[in-house]
Design a protein around this ligand. Sequence first.
Ligand code: AOF
Ligand code: ZN
Length: 365
Amino acid sequence: GVTCGVAQQEDTDDGFYMRRCVELARTAIGCTSPNPMVGCVIVKDGKVVGEGFHPKAGQPHAEVFALRDAGDLAENATAYVSLEPCNHYGRTPPCSEALIKAKVKRVVVGMVDPNPIVASRGLDRLRDAGIDVATCVEEELCRRLNEAYIHRMLTGNPFVTIRYSISVNGRFLDQLGEGAATSGGYYSQLLQEYDAVILSPSSIMENVSIPASKEAGANQPLRIIIARNISSPIKISALTVEPTDKLIVFADKETSVELERAQTGIETVVFDQISLNAILEYCNSQGMCSVLFDLKGNVSDFEEFLQDGIEQNLLQKIVVEVLPLWDENDVRNFPVALKDLGKRLKVEYLQPKISNESVVLEGYL
Ligand code: AOF
Ligand code: ZN
């Protein structure tokens, strides 16, 4: 990828406004795929005169909203953008031209755009126009913000996260029910970050409910239920599906026939064989940047996907929720696939998030 590593300008004000850009960008969390989240701030004489973010693919970019907000005050101002301004005609015209036209004096950028059709051309265009350009300000933060977009740009695959819950003594929570496995407001926040959440039918059957982000106004991920070799697809028809639920079943041929018979009315995509590759290919074709495998209590349904993911390097992140429970039962049930996955965690990236309800560990593979 294109990275510069060291910030060209270590100015505290630059860092401050860049962090504001990231905050603005996050307003559109879960809504921008296949595009990145981007925020922009226009600053003149130490005052913010314009702010904007990219709300959705197909809509104007962050810079356009911020420049509109600033109006004439953009002249001789500094524009902060969390991602390099684009220099191409896509769904929208180039932001580099918009910045030049607005006569900004300086542009401060968080990170270079890994999109091969941008990749430094935006920066070059601005410099050619005589604008003072600084890059890689709060680069790490900006990269984290768009880790899924970056991954997809560089690999052509969606960013894949595996999620599960354990007790303090390391028991995989397959018997403790959905309540235990999804306690913590973190789960609701996690869901809104992803374009899709992938579930096994058995993981949702007990409560006959599908997970949704409870954040106010949150974009809901597409809920994908993997249904293969299942004995009773009729159960899927018992799901309480709200009209607003984005729900789809990935079924093998046999299961799809059964589902049709049960007249579930739930949209079904039929696969010859449901493999991790097939799932990711579908998600990618739909412009999804990120996918969350929610193991809940059913690793056995996903074991083969995990093994394939490990072998082919298709898994990027693990999110483990440690619940304040001590399970008196045998802890030897810990799934082999997860042990394999755990061995690959890069410990230096482990990030604990501590709340009243649980400790969540996030690690990169
Ligand atoms: C920016 N500012 O806010 C965003 C950028 O189809 P388009 O026209 O929306 O272009 C999409 C590409 O533009 C996307 O892949 C990425 O390279 C860049 N996104 N660039 O200057 C923004 N969202
Ligand atoms: Zn743009």
